[in-house]
Design a protein around this ligand. Structure first.
Ligand SMILES: *[C@@H]1O[C@H](CO)[C@@H](O)[C@H](O)[C@H]1NC(C)=O
Ligand SMILES: *[C@@H]1O[C@H](CO)[C@@H](O)[C@H](O)[C@H]1NC(C)=O
Ligand SMILES: *[C@@H]1O[C@H](CO)[C@@H](O)[C@H](O)[C@H]1NC(C)=O
Length: 357
């Protein structure tokens, strides 16, 4: 017997359901903004999808930065999909549509995958801004500071370092904004997303390394000019993938005077600053289930000789796989001609590939 005396209209219900999840990565929908749109008027901020009010405010007050943030949204998508191309979950659910009603919030359910995406997003936005400062794309910032240490003999500071400081300030201001809103879903989710975003930024800080260029007579490298530059996003994403694989499940419970995230199974200790955390277990991603953000692995390519996550056994979840052949055209029998060119022939090679049933 149904006990409810009234039924909520569907629109209200959807709004209620959506308000319970904290959508901190909706701004990734910015990846759909056409590259041809030149953002130079505050009205353009209204055309930007997926932003909360404080992000729109940042857009209006710093139009120039917006182009870089849009570029970051594209980078997040590309990097996530590359990094997870050998996994059952291949980051397909990161493709956040422009029209909000169709948004599938599986990445906001507090899973391990969400932890990775939030960390990667936070790292990427700051990475992109830091490098935009260096390349002169932004007028409000320039090269990073010259390091205070005295360089070793044969080395000198020079060039233009990445402006990580500015990247971190502006990046976190933008990407953390949805989690800082008062009515933005559950406290637990917000804490989780903020924590993982900070882990992403921590990995980025560690990715600021010394880069040098050689000078001297005919490449003798008697003197090196060095600066602090960020490693490629790919490497940062690989670090975060390692953290994803060893992420810690947490629960939201009172610790001291406030409710905090604490590890679920392990000894009583606070959450560590360098670990990704999640609240909900993920499905196995074997079968298609849109609600859970699982595209399933049917039709995915697998590797018969690999013993890792891309092996046919693991990728296809025991369903088996179908072989097919692919013709590869490669350059071969290359000859060097004095001076200075190379000629090659084209060779065809048949390779066997496998896709999951
Ligand atoms: C904005 O950019 C477009 C395209 O580059 C240009 O045609 C237009 O004049 C610019 N508007 C302003 C206000 O600068
Ligand atoms: C991810 O997997 C799904 C399901 O097999 C597939 O349709 C999609 O093209 C894949 N996406 C990428 C980026 O590889
Ligand atoms: C399959 O896995 C093996 C072992 O890890 C690797 O050497 C090979 O390049 C992979 N093949 C493809 C097509 O990715």
């Amino acid at each position: 017997m149904r006990s409810s005396s009234h039924v909520l209209p569907l629109g209200v219900l959807t709004a209620l359901l959506l308000s319970q999840v904290c959508s901190g990565i909706k701004w990734l929908a910015l990846s759909h903004v056409p590259a041809s749109l030149h953002i130079n008027q505050t009205q353009h901020c209204k055309l930007m999808p997926g932003m909360v009010s404080s992000q729109a405010q940042l857009c209006r007050s710093n139009l120039e930065l917006m182009q870089t943030i849009i570029q970051a949204a594209r980078e997040v998508k590309k990097t996530c999909q590359k990094t997870f191309s050998d996994m059952r979950w291949n980051c397909s659910s990161i493709d956040i549509p422009v029209d909000t009603p169709k948004y599938r919030p599986d990445l906001d359910r507090g899973t391990r995958e969400a932890a990775f995406v939030y960390a990667l997003s936070a790292a990427t936005i700051s990475h992109t801004i830091a490098q935009a400062c260096t390349s002169g794309d932004l007028r409000l910032c320039s090269c990073g500071p010259i390091p205070a240490e005295i360089p070793e003999p044969g080395y000198r500071w020079g060039g233009c370092g990445d402006n990580l400081h500015y990247g971190l300030i502006m990046g976190s201001k933008f990407s953390d904004a949805p989690m800082k809103m008062k009515r933005a879903g559950s406290h637990a989710n917000k804490l989780m997303h903020l924590h993982n975003s900070e882990v992403g930024r921590q990995v980025l800080r560690e990715a600021l390394v010394m880069k040098c260029k050689c000078h001297g007579v005919s490449g003798s490298c008697s003197i090196r000019t060095c600066w602090r530059g960020l490693q490629d996003l790919r490497e940062i994403a690989m670090d975060l993938k390692t953290k994803y694989l060893s992420a810690t499940k947490v629960v939201h419970r009172p610790m001291g005077t406030r409710k905090q995230l604490v590890p679920k199974d392990i000894d009583i200790r606070p959450v560590r600053e360098n670990e990704l955390v999640y609240l909900q277990s993920s499905p196995d991603f074997c079968a298609k289930n849109d609600k859970q953000g699982s595209a399933g692995t049917q039709g995915r390519q697998c590797n018969k000789t690999s013993s890792g996550s891309d092996s046919c056994d693991l990728m296809c979840c025991g369903r088996g796989y179908n072989p097919y052949t692919e013709k590869l055209v490669e350059r071969c029998h290359c000859k060097y001609h004095w001076c200075c060119y190379v000629t090659c022939k084209k060779c065809e090679r048949i390779v066997e590939r496998y896709v999951c049933k």
